[in-house]
Design a protein around this ligand. Structure first.
Ligand code: PEP
Ligand code: MG
Length: 563
């Protein structure tokens, strides 16, 4: 069976599927020996205690972030865990029926579900709480990592609906031969991750998790964008050829007529830093720091973060390490908290400051302290306009005051704004007068400009980086940054594509940041092109109402051939 999707990261892999379905509940059945009963009861009681303490933590956090009025949501679940009908009966069933804790618990939940269904609709609603509690206790009984623990041994083809950054952070990627997901598109975080780790990847397959059986043999073709389960036995996969590598290239890239283009790297995990050095990048243009958070939403302490930032910055010195502050939503901080109806437009990044201020304060304190010793730049995502700039600067001043009073050494590093919301693009000149540098996040800028969800494969064909509206915004920012005399860069995926990088340089961008795995190719592409040709091609292409990457490439070719 062949299923198609987006060709995200090149390479062909034939391997066994590991299907990760977040929603699927696995309840193992075991019958017990009489002698094992008391240990099994103790095991369940320990899981109950663990679940209660997790819920108490969540409750405290929600009360802090969203107010006491919302925190009561967890009270029902905490009470359930203390209810004799729930906990007591599960323990009794272990003893009476000689069955494992998981099975006993699921019997009790079925009984309660039936009871709830017969009651009023208000009570029936409690079924959701029941499911939540059941999942929490089952996870604790099976170890907190749940079903995301990949089998050791041969690399697997990881098939999932999608992956949250915190889940991705927990995976041992050395065990993943290829990545396939129902959701996602070329600019989804999973795509960025797969490319940066050079893992063949197909996204937007829609029914992969329902149609690919676990352990089935799957061929993943990341070049053409399809997967095939149980391919014909003669299917051969060429081993991935390691390109014959010379040492890392040094210094900025150069166009054929000698213009310097600074290339930096985008990273998600501290362990990516080796690839950055290998790629010859002039430092890190974007560290997506939210990948530091655990699945439960916990961030490393201030001192631990200080150490991480210092180590990473030293590894790329004398070039800078650009750390983007946590770009996340409430669901990343507390997995059980309700996400916004439309997370892309909801409470994100600094919009969470009044609810989850500690995350940002801790991170910024660590960054201010690290900047005293190493070359750090702070980058703020999701800035919509000057209002946020004022809020950010006043927080920085407040934290500097705190550090001063505590006798801590610190320094204010260059502060930058990500331009990824159209309103910010339109007021880029004002933002350039407030921040020290600007960095365009084309992934989001395109999604917001075109109203096309970058994570939804059903509208993937409408996601058009070369849309004249997008190109106009991109061009406008070059003039805005010149007026404000601030450095301007691009760190979205557009910079990592051949035509995208050429268009950006033709528009006047001189700094691009991308996955380390794309850097050598883009350096090459730039060396083969002249800036004057690129500028001419951009001027001609900008007249088109139906510009695409292909039509831009054709225009450039005709300019290069002097037609
Ligand atoms: C962007 O939006 O272009 C970007 C670089 O950030 P992310 O992909 O993490 O949203
Ligand atoms: Mg973004």
């Amino acid at each position: 069976m062949k299923l198609s999707g987006f060709a995200i990261a090149p390479g062909q892999v034939l391997g066994k599927a590991f299907v990760f379905r977040r929603a699927e509940r696995q309840v193992p059945f075991r019958s017990l020996d009489q002698r094992a009963v008391s240990a099994e009861r103790e095991r369940l009681q320990t899981a109950f205690r663990g679940a209660q303490s997790e819920l108490a933590d969540l409750r405290a956090r929600l009360s802090h972030e969203a107010g006491e009025a919302h925190a009561y949501l967890f009270d029902a679940q905490i009470l359930m865990l203390q209810d004799p009908l729930f906990a007591g009966r599960s323990l009794t069933l272990i003893e009476e029926r000689l069955i494992g804790a998981e099975w006993a618990l699921s019997i009790v939940c079925d009984e309660l579900r039936r009871l709830f269904a017969r009651a009023s609709s208000v009570i029936a609603e409690r079924s959701h709480d029941l499911d939540d509690v059941l999942d929490r206790v089952l996870a604790l009984l099976g170890g907190t990592k749940g079903d995301l623990v990949l089998p050791r041994g041969q690399k697997v083809v990881l098939v999932c609906e999608d992956l949250k950054p915190s889940e991705a952070a927990e995976i041992d990627w050395s065990l993943v031969g290829a990545l396939v997901a129902d959701h996602g598109s070329p600019t989804h975080h999973m795509a960025i991750l797969a490319r940066s780790r050079s893992i063949p990847c197909v996204l937007g397959v829609r029914t992969a998790t329902t149609q690919v059986p676990s352990e089935a043999l799957v061929l993943v073709d990341g070049d053409q964008g399809f997967i095939e389960t149980n391919p014909p036995p003669q299917t051969r996969v060429e081993p991935v050829r390691e390109s014959t590598r010379t040492g890392p290239p040094e210094g900025p890239a150069r166009t054929g007529d000698g213009d310097e283009i600074i290339l930096r790297a985008n990273i998600e995990f501290p362990s990516d830093i080796e690839a950055v050095r290998e790629s010859g990048a002039m430092g890190v243009g974007l560290f997506r720091s939210e990948y530091l958070l655990s699945r439960q939403g916990r961030a490393p302490s201030e001192d631990a973060q200080l150490e991480i930032y210092r180590t990473l910055a030293l590894a790329v010195a004398p070039h800078p390490l650009t750390v983007r502050t946590f770009d996340l939503g409430p669901e990343d901080l507390a997995p059980a908290s309700p996400s916004s109806p439309n997370p892309a437009l909801g409470l994100r990044a600094f919009r969470l400051l009044s609810r989850a201020g500690d995350y940002f304060r801790t991170q910024l304190r660590a960054l201010l302290r690290a900047a005293d010793e190493v070359a750090i730049r702070i980058l703020f995502p999701f800035v919509g306009g000057v209002g946020e700039a004022v809020e950010i600067l006043s927080l920085i001043e407040e934290l500097e005051g705190e550090l001063q009073r505590a006798g801590r050494a610190f320094r204010r590093p260059p502060l930058g704004a990500m331009i990824e919301i159209p309103s910010a693009a339109l007021v880029a000149e004002s933002l350039g007068r407030t921040f020290d540098y600007l960095c365009v996040g084309t992934n989001d800028l395109i999604q917001y400009t075109l109203a096309v969800d970058r994570a939804d494969p059903r509208v993937g064909h409408l996601y058009a980086p070369f849309h004249p509206g997008v190109v106009r915004l991109l061009g406008g920012m070059v003039s805005a940054a010149r007026e404000a005399t601030v450095p301007l860069s691009v760190c979205g995926e557009m910079a990592a594509s051949r035509e995208g990088a050429l268009l950006l340089v033709g528009l006047g961008y001189r700094e691009l940041s991308m996955a380390p795995s794309s850097l050598r190719q883009i350096r090459h592409v730039l060396a083969a092109s002249r800036t004057d040709h690129l500028e001419r091609a951009v001027a001609l292409a900008s007249k088109s109402d139906s510009l695409t990457a292909e039509s831009f490439a054709a225009t450039l070719l005709s300019v290069q051939e002097g037609r």
